[in-house]
Write a protein that binds this ligand. Structure first.
Ligand SMILES: [Zn+2]
Length: 445
């Protein structure tokens, strides 16, 4: 007998709750309990997942439902690790999976055990109902996204590419409600920035702390930091941001309707960001329109009375799709001159679909249109990195779409919950999203 839909959703919520109670914090990283739980859930309906453990306890799960082969595979992907938390700042235990006022609390509630639970539910349902899709459906619940993907998506892509190669990937970050002046949007990730970690090094003459001079490394480092903290790097307009801003503008009333497209004019971008837009919007748009650096760690000095000959800091640099680490260094040098030198420590490329349109994108927008006619899908550039940058290397067109509603009246902002305190999910909104994801997958298979 088929489980009725409400029962399916109840079971999904229960699975999400159990996932939230597992401690998969990264660092240090221990995804084994999540992989074990998903493994037993999927085996219970006759599926045969494979587990990959390139490092002890760093386990990723891959499960495949064979299709007829008419179409290339669809990959449903997510990570089971979560970022650490400061428990004292939470109203309810971050590993409790507790339900309060319609919200399920827990680290990973939106990043991204919600999507893992939804994908696992869809896999179970496909198996239970004996659906033979036209394409293979692959579910990958991977380790280690939060620390750079090494033992999860990157490992699978480099060592087991046939397990996860697909035409389309559905993962994070997107599909959640975002309200701008009362209009409801569903951002869908089709682009993300790359990462460049750098060391910024200042050198100077050493000396005795009792006799300051004009050639001190610390002073130079401070000057360079002050410059980087107060200036923008050059503007770069990506196709995704152009689509994003034009779509939002077209659905807003004046003056937003007039202001947003002006951001696409590089001579006006920075003035508008700094003088016209409110703070929270400014920060995200600024990061979407520039390469950026944040100084995150500082090194230097030996003793209170010794002027060091060198001081340095670590910069967390983010580059737009199409940009390279060398481009970022060139832009930084143009601002800080010869005060400091830069050393590139680590770099990854961003990724961007030049055009979002595809069978999957149409399935997403049509399904959203049916379940929320007033909501507007929005191509979106994510400023962080996700597993998409690795799965995309095998040719998949990657979309961030884990549908989820928050009512506007609850004043819950997705951006605040992401890695934030009291991470939580509105259960009704998750149940709605499960149905949307299921219907989207149905259209595609
Ligand atoms: Zn995530």
């Amino acid at each position: 007998m088929e489980r009725p839909w409400d029962r399916v959703a109840d079971d999904g919520v229960d699975l999400l709750q159990r996932l939230l109670r597992l401690d998969t914090r990264n660092p240090p990283g221990n995804e084994r309990p999540a992989a074990d739980l998903l493994n037993s859930e999927l085996r219970a309906v006759g599926l045969e997942p494979r587990l990959f453990e390139p490092m002890p306890d760093r386990v990723s799960l891959v499960c495949r439902i064979q299709g007829t082969g008419e179409l290339p595979p669809l990959l449903l992907a997510g990570h089971t690790d979560v970022v650490p938390f400061e428990e004292a700042r939470w109203d309810h235990p971050p590993l409790g999976g507790e339900l309060h006022d319609g919200y399920l609390f827990g680290r990973g509630a939106i990043d991204m055990k919600n999507h893992i639970a939804a994908c696992a539910t869809i896999m179970k349902l496909l198996a239970e109902r004996g659906i033979k899709p036209r394409r293979d459906i692959i579910f990958a619940a991977v380790a280690d996204e939060e620390e750079g993907c090494t033992w999860g998506s990157r490992y699978l892509v480099e060592h087991h590419p046939d397990e996860v190669r697909a035409e389309f990937m559905i993962g994070e970050i997107g599909g959640f409600t975002q309200y701008i002046n009362g209009v409801r949007y569903y951002p869908i990730q089709i682009a993300e920035k790359g990462l460049v970690t750098l060391r910024m090094i200042a050198r100077g003459a050493p000396g005795h702390g009792s006799m300051p001079h004009r050639d001190m490394a610390m002073t130079r480092l401070g000057e360079a930091l002050a410059i980087l903290g107060s200036r923008h790097l050059p503007v770069h307009i990506t196709p995704t941001m152009e689509r994003f801003l034009r779509t939002v503008a077209a659905t807003q009333a004046p003056p937003t309707r007039w202001v947003l497209p002006q951001l696409l004019n590089p001579r006006l971008t920075d003035v508008l960001l700094d003088r016209v837009l409110p703070g929270e919007l400014r920060n995200v748009l600024s990061a979407q329109l520039h390469n950026t650096v944040s100084a995150t760690m500082i090194q230097g000095g030996l003793k209170f009375n010794v002027i060091p000959g060198e001081a340095s800091c670590t910069l967390d640099g983010r580059i737009l799709p199409g940009q390279r680490a060398e481009d970022l260094v060139r832009e930084l040098r143009a601002l800080t001159g010869d005060r400091v030198e830069y050393e590139i420590l680590h770099t990854t490329q961003g990724m961007e679909l030049p055009d979002p349109d595809s069978a999957l994108y149409r399935a997403i927008t049509e399904t959203l249109g049916r379940h929320d006619p007033a909501g507007i899908p929005l191509p979106y550039l994510v400023t962080g990195f996700t597993d998409a940058q690795y799965f995309g290397r095998l040719g998949a067109r990657c979309y961030g779409f884990s549908p989820l509603q928050f009512p506007e009246a609850h004043k819950v902002r997705f951006a605040d919950l992401f890695h934030g305190h009291n991470e939580r999910i509105w259960v009704e909104g998750w149940r709605w999203g499960l149905r949307v994801l299921w219907d989207t997958v149905q259209r595609l298979i």
